[in-house]
Design a protein around this ligand. Structure first.
Ligand SMILES: Cc1cc2nc3c(=O)[nH]c(=O)nc-3n(C[C@H](O)[C@H](O)[C@H](O)COP(=O)(O)OP(=O)(O)OC[C@H]3O[C@@H](n4cnc5c(N)ncnc54)[C@H](O)[C@@H]3O)c2cc1C
Length: 451
């Protein structure tokens, strides 16, 4: 099937990357962006790919998950990475950018591309007869959100996100923590961290006095309207209701016999598998709004988590995202309407680089669809492929947004001497080999020279 133009909604990190990937394959793009006529509560500048908060794109080492993702994207010809490298500011091993120059670089490249037409307009519907990538972000305008829910069958979008921290299984001290299910019912799926009264007292005091992150004004507004808020109350708020509230809630010890002492502890923190491979565990009922350093300090007081490595911290902010495992495939296309793709934070990837990475995969596949080619599925040995698979399949339980991390990548299948860093380097090496293979298989892919 040949078609003239791919439409992309939203000139943020994902939308710009997707537009670039489509146009560099010789396919015309119509890119809709509602700025400057209308701004989300977090966007303030007229430029494209605006970084709404931090100016850091995090680690730049390939033995770090987001560092690997960045390297894969560079090798796949990412515009976002090209701009980041061109506008970087000194930040140790992290890749931080001058946000104005970064946005200006991308705005210019996109605006000057002969195959990209820019339309400054808010979209409030999605054309179902055109190859489209919707990348309107976590603060998608209300009219479009309503349309996605009511007319496109996207089900409930999540409007307020409360997430518990996720830790790396290999960093949990299993000499202290133990696997068990309450009353030994079913499989022993939970990791339990037992506390004595003295440990609980110290933890409780630290929790109720820890510093909370500041809520943005628009988040405060969203929060007021939300019924869900009571259901996902931050653990520190619940704790302030009374000394024993947690011991009757998420830290209930009954039915959990500590095998080392043969009796119930005074309180127990439970962790549940976050992925089927069992490499990541979330702290059950510990959705939180504490600052990240405070989460690290206070939650490491939990016995067994003294050296816990946090793969994702708990967060609370407004966040529009799809229940992607029910809606999208691993090319970010709707299962029911394959002409329509989504990209960016609204698919359930979390973070600037992850959003751009999903835009890259969605953009390449939109272009291939326009050229009548087979979809390109990135293998799960790559971070790009692992993220797409996570979005299309989810983990265990409620689907939650996820940063790039090694827990979602296909395991190596053999042991590596030299600890975690050495293992991650091997995973990175394998991923980059896969990327080379993909590039080699794309030799015939019409990447236009006029970028
Ligand atoms: C308050 C906040 C702070 C964050 N801070 C960080 C951080 O520090 N680090 C990090 O890695 N991640 C952060 N994130 C998460 C995420 O990485 C960013 O939101 C990222 O910008 C998402 O990229 P995106 O392309 O999906 O969406 P965006 O970059 O938000 O781009 C979406 C674009 O679509 C436009 N748009 C919206 N609705 C419409 C419509 N109906 N029609 C046309 N255009 C529309 C918007 O104007 C915007 O330009 C934050 C998120 C939020 C909400």
């Amino acid at each position: 099937m040949m078609q003239k133009t791919v439409e992309i909604y939203g000139a943020g990190l994902a939308g710009c990357e997707a537009a670039w990937q489509v146009a560099r394959r010789g396919i015309p793009v119509r890119l809709y962006e509602m700025k400057p006529h209308k701004f989300t509560p977090a966007h303030h500048s007229k430029g494209f790919a605006e970084l709404v908060c931090s100016n850091s794109l995090r680690s730049d080492c390939v033995s770090n998950a987001v560092g690997l993702l960045k390297e894969e994207m560079r090798r796949m010809g990412s515009l976002i990475m090209e701009a980041a490298d061109a506008t970087r500011v000194p930040a140790g091993s992290a890749l931080a950018v001058d946000r104005s120059l970064f946005s200006a670089y991308i705005t210019e490249k996109i605006s000057k591309h002969p195959l990209i037409e820019i339309v400054h307009e808010e979209r409030d519907t999605v054309r179902e007869d055109v190859i489209t990538v919707v990348a309107t972000g976590p603060l998608t305008s209300d009219s479009l959100s309503d349309y996605l829910i009511r007319s496109l069958g996207c089900g409930d979008l999540h409007f307020f996100d409360a997430a518990a921290p996720i830790v790396d299984f290999s960093s949990i001290n299993m000499d202290v923590a133990y696997f068990a299910s309450r009353y030994d019912k079913g499989d022993a799926d939970y990791i339990n961290c037992p506390m004595t009264k003295e440990q609980y007292d110290a933890f409780y005091e630290a929790l109720i006095t820890a510093e909370e992150a500041e809520l943005k004004a628009f988040d405060r507004e969203s929060q007021k309207d939300l019924k869900v808020f009571e259901g996902c109350m931050p653990v520190e708020v619940m704790a302030r209701r009374g000394y024993d509230t947690l011991r009757f809630g998420p830290m209930k010890p009954v039915g959990l016999i500590d095998p080392r002492v043969g009796k119930e502890a005074y309180a127990v923190v439970q962790l549940r598998k976050e992925n089927t491979a069992g490499t990541m565990f979330n702290l059950v009922g510990f959705q939180t709004h504490l600052t990240f350093p405070e989460q690290r300090r206070v939650f490491r007081m939990i016995p067994g988590l003294e050296n816990a490595e946090f793969l994702r911290y708990g967060v609370m902010h407004r966040n529009t995202y799809l229940n992607s495992p029910e809606i999208l495939d691993a090319t970010y296309a709707m299962r029911t309407q394959p002409l329509i793709r989504f990209a960016g934070q609204m698919t359930g990837v979390e973070g600037y680089v992850e959003s751009a990475g999903s835009g890259l995969v969605a953009g390449i596949n939109a272009a291939r669809q326009a050229m009548g080619e087979e979809p390109l599925l990135f293998p799960e040995e790559t971070m790009l492929g692992a993220m797409a698979a996570y979005v299309s399949r989810g983990g265990v339980g409620k689907f939650l947004p996820m940063n790039a991390n090694f827990g979602i990548v296909t395991p190596l299948g053999y042991r590596v001497k030299g600890g975690k860093a050495a293992k991650n380097e091997k995973i990175a090496e394998r991923a980059l080999e896969k990327i080379s293979e993909i590039k080699a298989s794309m030799q015939g892919d019409a990447i236009a020279q006029n970028q």
